[in-house]
Design a protein around this ligand. Structure first.
Ligand code: MTE
Ligand code: MO
Length: 302
């Protein structure tokens, strides 16, 4: 599958600056966690040059409905999830379907760290240094067949470890999907860590999706199943409320959520008086992804 790399120089961090900041950062994180410096992590050309939100804020205010619907619930409750061993069932229109152990997958992938803007549909935003590998690498490993058009994802279904799954707050397991060209875009990351540490459970351990130009709910956590299909997959929030949550869910300041504007966002961790900031088209990744949607009405295909 061919795709254009349209990243501009201004969108990426010069390698030396990035490594400097990375060292400063791992020092800060290491101190906070009472640990020494973490392992060196390869910088990525896809990283944006933004100051990361604090680890504390990114791990204590978020959504993971399997552990409750409150923003503080995941940090409180996610410890009950067993994340090792872990396997992902990969099937549908692929040449090599099967159950792939996470260890085996990770050993074959190029792991990089990437600082990405992240924005929830509820208008809070963060900047997170993720580490992981391109989803395209995994899809190449299993061999996508020529008639596949979409990738469907499912979170693990374990009501005994995920108390939210015993409620009907959502239709379980959590499901998400991407068009194949979105899945193959080099920005689309399978993340196994944050801030140079393994992924915290409340953020989707041991492996989650990160699609930086889409609203946060597309970035499905604790993935146990990936299926290649030729029809658009059902997705959790779209099934619940199609008028509010479309399949595409591209960050778009000009398309309002029916109950609130999407033109501004508030960085988490800024305190009560944090300034709202204007939301950018495709969350700031317009140069890299706008071409995927050429000719589409983005208000209709929201
Ligand atoms: N399985 C699962 N994945 C999920 C969710 C969820 O409830 N369950 N919430 C989504 C939403 S709404 C957001 S905003 C992001 C939050 O990711 P974060 O914890 O890294 O901020 O996770 C997404 N992935
Ligand atoms: Mo969200």
């Amino acid at each position: 599958m061919a795709y254009k790399n349209e990243l501009k120089r201004s969108d990426v961090t010069p390698r030396a600056d990035f490594l400097n900041r990375r060292q400063l950062m791992s020092g800060a994180v290491g101190l906070a966690a009472g640990m020494a410096f973490g392992p060196a992590m390869a910088a990525s050309e896809y990283s944006s040059d933004l100051e990361p939100t604090s680890l504390e804020d990114v791990t204590s205010y978020n959504n993971f409905y399997e552990f409750g619907t409150g923003k503080g619930d995941p940090a409180k409750n996610a410890h009950t999830l067993t994340t090792s061993p872990w396997a992902i069932e990969i099937g549908g229109m692929v040449d090599r379907p099967g159950s792939y152990s996470l260890e085996d997958i990770v050993s074959k992938m190029t792991i990089e760290e990437r600082i990405y803007r992240f924005r929830c549909v509820e208008t809070w935003s963060a900047v997170v240094p993720w580490d992981g590998f391109q989803l395209s690498q995994l899809l190449d490993l299993v061999g996508v067949q020529s008639d596949a058009k979409y990738v469907a994802f499912e979170t693990v279904y374990r009501p005994d470890e995920m108390p939210g799954q015993k409620t009907n707050s959502l239709d379980w397991p959590y499901r998400e999907g991407l068009r194949l060209d979105e899945a193959m875009n080099p920005l689309t990351l399978m993340a196994t860590g944050m801030y140079g540490e393994p992924m915290p459970k409340q953020n989707g351990a041991p492996i989650r999706l990160v699609v930086p130009w889409k609203y946060g709910y597309k970035s499905i956590k604790s993935i146990a199943k990936i299926t290649l299909t030729d029809t658009q997959p059902e997705t959790t929030w779209n099934m619940l409320q199609p008028s509010e949550y479309g399949f595409y869910s591209n960050v778009n300041p000009e398309v309002s959520h029916p109950r609130w504007s999407q033109a501004y966002e508030k960085p988490i961790g800024g305190g009560l008086f944090a300034k709202r900031q204007p939301t950018l088209m495709f969350n700031g990744y317009e140069d890299q992804v706008a071409s995927l949607y050429e000719g589409m009405d983005l208000a209709v295909n929201h």
